[in-house]
Design a protein around this ligand. Structure first.
Ligand code: ZN
Length: 283
């Protein structure tokens, strides 16, 4: 399910979107290529979602400026549009996540058609945020993939960055802070749930306490940027790409131990972390 490598195909800054429509029944997938500066997507959808294509294309093309702070895609991304929530859950084999609207891998995004969201708010804005969020995940996976391609096997799977890093990076990049719990709400949540690890949630905590998990991820990643800037995050990703364990890449790029940073963040209830005391000596 990989599209061709992007590197050779990045042309001038001309936006291009073309759709191949075929006059078959509703079950035959249709495909549209969407291409912008540094972006290449292949959207696969069914006839029932033909009228959603324009807003999906527009959302895909809008992500470029947000994502560019981290680097460039190394290959294109498939975007598979599912007509409703049930078909998305079946494709993911992940039942019981009524709030889930999309899922991302390095080379593909699975998207529940906005047609079936029953959203109350203007749908384009939410869709653009969602696509920026999911494509940040795809970009992150592409950026940490070893230069020579994935070396991961079932016996030695890829070491995923912590959930707060993945979801926080996506949420911050997509500008979703306005959807997340405030620092005060998160602080109350932490106090009310002693023992729950919001930064490394169990599958059940993730499923049932999505607001707290995503809120914590967003605030923690925000704090990380305050500590080391975008460059620090890029350095972490580059470290993983060149074979370092995530915690080692984190330490090398930020000068802080990963577990110290996480513990300090929770202890301070997501308040800004003071910089390490820098002694001044001498006469
Ligand atoms: Zn996400």
């Amino acid at each position: 399910m990989r599209t061709s490598r992007l590197v050779a195909t990045l042309g001038p800054a001309v936006l291009l979107a073309c759709a191949t429509t075929r006059p078959q029944g509703t079950d035959v997938p249709l495909a549209a290529r969407v291409q912008g500066p540094g972006l290449l997507f292949e959207v696969v959808y069914s006839k029932a979602d033909e009228r959603e294509l324009a807003r999906i294309e527009s959302g895909l093309l809008s992500v470029g400026p947000r994502l560019s702070r981290w680097g460039s895609f190394r290959e294109g991304v498939w975007v598979r549009v599912f007509p409703d929530h049930d078909s998305l859950e079946r494709a993911l084999d992940r039942p019981g996540y009524p709030w889930l609207r999309a899922w991302a891998y390095g080379d593909q995004v699975l998207l529940q058609s906005p047609r079936s969201w029953n959203a109350l708010e203007p749908i384009d804005e939410e869709l653009n945020e969602l696509l920026a969020h999911e494509l940040t995940h795809s970009l992150m996976y592409q950026l940490i993939e070893p230069v020579d391609g994935p070396a991961w096997t079932p016996d030695a799977p890829m070491e995923e960055p912590p959930l707060w890093f993945r979801e926080g990076m996506a949420s911050v990049t997509a500008g979703q802070g306005h959807r997340r719990l405030s620092r005060e709400d998160l602080s109350r949540w932490v106090t009310a749930h002693p023992g729950a690890d919001l930064l490394h949630p169990t599958a059940e905590l993730y499923r049932t306490e999505k607001e707290a998990v995503y809120g914590a991820a967003h605030r923690t990643f925000d704090l990380l940027i305050q500590v080391c800037g975008y460059q620090g995050v890029r350095d972490v990703l580059r470290g993983v790409r060149t074979g370092a364990r995530f915690a080692d890449a984190f330490k090398a790029a930020t000068g802080r131990s990963l577990s110290d940073f996480e513990q300090q963040t929770i202890r301070a209830r997501f308040a800004p972390i003071p910089s390490a005391p820098s002694g001044a000596g001498g006469p």
